[in-house]
Design a protein around this ligand. Structure first.
Ligand SMILES: Cc1cc2nc3c(=O)[nH]c(=O)nc-3n(C[C@H](O)[C@H](O)[C@H](O)COP(=O)(O)O)c2cc1C
Length: 454
């Protein structure tokens, strides 16, 4: 197999918002919050994949089966010095079928090479492929697996988000692309595989078939806990285009982590989309900060407070919706005059609108992973906890809350209009709150009598 001329591609999206935007079929200079809003709306659209004939699938240009397969001869990399082995799939798409409902899941999961025709799958608790494997094994059955190791980065973006467990990521990828994803039926499995991938494997996991896996340098910026028994895939076929490009994702701290930049868009959009579907009003923006453990660690949401308890409700829901529950430790709510993508403004709100003794709640025993370095001893994993931080102006005291210092809009526009002629560098900064915009405040819940702020 070494003669197939495989090449490695790294740093596909990295922290680049421009590349992320292009992958999500949006103009590269779209402002971040606007990009998140558009992707959120596109996540409501589902377009089923389109099955193409085997003859038309470019991934079937070459096929190897049985003893002809030797994964060890391919140039799969070791990512970090202390990694437990070489990893084939990191920027990948792993396809499994739910034994109960039959839907196809597409997940981004790393795969360690164990031998010429064997590789492992690392799956954190609650991940869809893990649930599928567990269900098949409970029935004493093998489960079929497909994995694309050279992909359009859209698969990595969609495959690494938590979508509803009974719907296929192929449909969400189609919704984002605006056209059906071409798929082809497996030659040895009943799975639908990305027809234009660079390299795809087919295989199966037999009941109880496991192998130690890891450690692996993770999205947290630390090595993960080695896994004593990770599911072992017996590879039965390898399909590839000529000189296939194998896609890799470095997991690291920010900004080197492959997933951080696109998580800041896709994960934020997933959470916002979940909140929209729940009918929660007033959400002005959601942001998963890219520096927080690959975008998994922190969610900021900006909202227009409309009623007593609204911010607390938004915090609790954002913390636990499917798109945002895994791993996240910090969930922060800010008012609509704060841009959630601007950490300076968020920290300002935390320092000026949050009274820790009143405004922080903790959720315990929440969904997390064995990869969380804060849970010690490691045997206590994979449960975690979440802090809900209300950095909105205190709703109960809105009428008397100190008034924000803000420019008059006319003054801002006069200066912004003469920015260059005044010799000021760059562009006028964006300002979200003006004196004239500050809302009329109603003094009690249930009362509609306006009272001006002090
Ligand atoms: C490049 C990359 C590699 C990943 N590797 C793994 C992995 O090996 N195991 C895992 O459980 N999650 C991994 N994740 C996170 C999952 O893709 C993510 O949690 C996703 O929700 C899983 O899909 P699912 O919800 O369909 O299970 C990875 C994410 C990225 C971006």
């Amino acid at each position: 197999m070494s003669s197939i001329g495989a090449r490695l591609l790294w740093n596909i999206l990295g922290p680049s918002m421009r590349r992320t935007a292009l992958t999500l079929e949006e103009p590269p200079d779209t402002p971040t919050l606007e990009l998140i809003r558009r992707v959120k709306d596109k996540m409501q659209v589902r377009i089923p994949p389109e099955e193409v004939s085997r003859r038309d699938a470019s991934v079937y240009e070459h096929t190897l089966r049985g003893d002809a397969i030797d994964l060890t001869s391919l140039p799969f990399p070791k990512h970090w010095p202390l990694d437990g082995g070489r990893y084939a799939g990191t920027a990948d798409a792993v396809i499994t079928r739910d034994p109960d409902t039959g839907y196809l899941n597409v997940g981004t999961y790393r795969m360690m090479i164990h031998g010429p025709r064997q590789c492992g799958l690392y799956l954190s608790p609650g991940k869809d492929a893990r649930l599928h494997i567990t269900r098949a094994w409970q029935r004493g059955e093998s489960i079929q697996v497909g994995a694309a190791w050279g992909i359009d980065p859209l698969f990595m973006v969609v495959g690494s988000q938590t979508f509803p467990k009974n719907l296929s990521e192929y449909e969400f990828a189609g919704g984002i692309k605006g056209e059906p994803i071409p798929v082809v039926r497996g030659q040895l499995t009943d799975l639908l595989l990305p027809a234009n991938a660079e390299l795809v494997i087919e295989g199966e996991i037999r009941p109880g078939s496991i192998r130690p896996e890891g450690p692996f340098g993770e999205f947290t910026g630390y090595y993960g806990r080695p896994e004593a028994g990770a599911p072992l895939v017996d590879v039965t076929a390898v399909h590839f285009r000529s000189r296939p490009i194998l896609t890799n994702a470095l997991m690291a701290d920010y900004p080197s982590c492959e997933q951080s930049g696109f998580f800041a868009v896709a994960r934020s959009a997933r959470i916002w989309s979940d909140l929209d579907r729940l009918g929660l009003p007033g959400i002005q923006g959601v942001y998963s900060h890219p520096a927080a453990a690959g975008g998994f660690g922190m969610t900021v949401l900006s909202l227009e407070q409309r009623y007593a308890g609204h911010a607390a409700q938004a915090l609790a829901l954002a913390a636990q919706v499917p798109g945002g529950a895994y791993y996240t430790k910090w969930i922060i709510a800010v008012d609509e005059d704060v841009d959630p993508t601007d950490m300076d403004q968020v920290v300002w709100a935390m320092a000026s609108r949050c009274n820790p003794i009143e405004d922080i709640d903790i959720l315990r025993n929440t969904w997390s992973t064995w990869l969380d370095p804060t849970q010690n001893p490691p045997e206590e994993r994979p449960y975690s906890s979440k802090a809900l931080i209300n950095a909105c102006k205190e709703h109960r005291y809105l009428p008397v809350f100190s008034k924000r210092t803000a420019l008059r809009r006319e003054m801002y526009e006069r200066v912004a209009g003469r920015w260059a002629s005044l010799g000021l560098p760059g562009e006028a900064p964006t300002v979200r709150a003006f004196e004239s915009d500050q809302p009329v405040v109603y003094h009690e819940e249930g009362s509609f009598e306006p009272r001006s702020q002090k």
